[in-house]
Design a protein around this ligand. Structure first.
Ligand SMILES: Cc1ncc(COP(=O)(O)O)c(C=O)c1O
Length: 411
């Protein structure tokens, strides 16, 4: 466990200084989710909110600063008691050496990519990455002279064919958003190693409960902690984990670009992560059952969920993330108008963008999360007219199904 910079006298905590006690090593996911990283300030059972923008400079803190400031409690843009707690917990859940947390998933993605890429470099990604990531790569990167080639995440040979002499990064997502294609992370990581590239994966849609990409060979794992990790639709946050060397580099970009996470949202994130392993089984069971029922519904053209044997990458999903995901995609017969009518007939499932919370949400990507992606690119990526994305929560399955039937009745 990392010891956050604190005065030597900190074990007598009358002054509210940090007392991060040494803990037994937790070997199982559930115990890591509950206990890893907790900062027992003032002997608190949970990490209290440490709402301070700065810290009194002691000899030890000056030494931490001189040593590069990484993980040193100096100033909250650098880190905070609450940020350190969540970094430790995410590292424990992903099996990572080190990590950084950010003010949003996009801050994590942009800081990570900008830490590794410079003018003249090239990235291989896929057109069906998260819309914000697509925007970053297609609208911002060209301004900095960074090239991107969009290949097919489900076809390793298409990524290999796109590799150039100046390629630095292979960028993938465990499951694509919103069409839920499954990436063969192991094969992509092997390809990256073969060509000396950095394999970066956005694991938001799977969560560390369903998949640990570092164990499959990926170099850096990113999360929008806004989603499953936070789990309650009450924060915006991001994280990246990987080797100490990569994270040290990313840390400096975080400090320069300034997308640091604030203590309050870290507190909520830590609390959310403590129940990840309890929420995810219910979420994934609900989603698999709904996928089955939707698949048999006459008003549905197609269902995308990795638990269905009809999913094109079913075998890959069973290998890399057999526990599934709470995300479902499906095509309502009748196109976008029918999909909108369906959505607007729902009462319990809220029409809202985002995902991964305890409550179910629904959206049509064409007029929300993927609105900025050109129509032809959207269609080619599988977001055909009538496409609906649902994030399934922990409600009762029969109430969810009754709501979905209400939606169909209004088409
Ligand atoms: C897969 C994925 N990655 C990254 C992001 C960006 O995260 P944030 O909204 O926290 O910046 C999102 C947001 O929806 C997402 O779905």
């Amino acid at each position: 466990m990392r010891i956050v910079q604190s005065p030597p006298s900190s074990r007598s905590n009358e002054r509210g200084t940090l007392t991060k006690e040494s803990k037994p090593k937790f070997t199982h996911f559930a115990s890591k989710a509950v206990h890893s990283g907790t900062n027992h300030v003032g002997d608190a059972v949970n990490t209290p909110i440490f709402q301070s923008s700065t810290y009194k400079l002691t000899d030890e803190r000056y030494a931490g600063w001189a040593a590069g400031a990484h993980h040193a409690l100096l100033y909250t843009r650098i880190t905070s008691v609450n940020a350190e707690a969540v970094i430790d917990k995410i590292c424990a859940l992903e099996g990572a050496e080190d990590g950084e947390v950010f003010s949003s998933g996009m801050a994590a993605i942009s800081s990570t990519l900008m830490a590794i890429l410079s003018t003249g470099d090239h990235v291989v990604a896929s057109a069906d990455v998260y819309g914000g990531t697509y925007g970053l790569m297609t609208e911002e990167f060209p301004r900095f002279g960074i090239e991107v080639t969009m290949a097919d995440m489900t076809d390793v040979s298409s990524y290999e064919a796109a590799i150039q002499e100046n390629t630095k990064v292979l960028y993938i997502e465990t499951l694509t958003n919103p069409v839920l294609k499954v990436c063969d992370v192991e094969a992509m990581a092997t390809l990256a190693k073969k060509h000396g590239l950095v394999c970066i994966i956005d694991n938001t849609f799977a969560s560390p409960w369903a998949c640990n990409p570092l164990s499959l060979g990926a170099d850096l794992v990113i999360h929008s902690t806004t989603k499953y990790l936070g789990g309650h639709s009450d924060i915006i946050g991001g994280a990246v984990v990987g080797s100490k060397e990569h994270i040290e580099n990313i840390f400096h970009r975080k400090v320069h670009f300034g997308g640091s996470a604030d203590p309050n949202s870290c507190f909520l994130l830590e609390r959310g992560m403590r129940t990840l392993h309890v929420r995810m089984p219910q979420i994934c069971d609900n989603a698999a059952e709904l996928a089955k029922r939707l698949d048999a519904h006459p008003m549905i053209e197609r269902v995308n969920h990795p638990s269905l044997s009809s999913h094109p990458q079913y075998a890959v999903a069973q290998r890399i993330m057999p526990r599934g995901t709470g995300m479902i995609g499906f095509v309502v017969k009748g196109g976008d108008d029918a999909a909108l009518s369906f959505m607007r007939g729902l009462e319990m499932i809220y029409e809202a963008t985002s995902l991964g919370g305890v409550e179910s949400l629904v959206e049509c990507p064409f007029n929300s999360s993927h609105m900025m992606i050109p129509e032809d690119v959207r269609h080619a990526a599988g977001m055909v007219p009538g496409y609906v994305r649902m994030s399934i929560g922990i409600e009762d399955i029969e109430d969810l199904w009754a709501d979905i039937e209400r939606g169909f009745a209004s088409v």
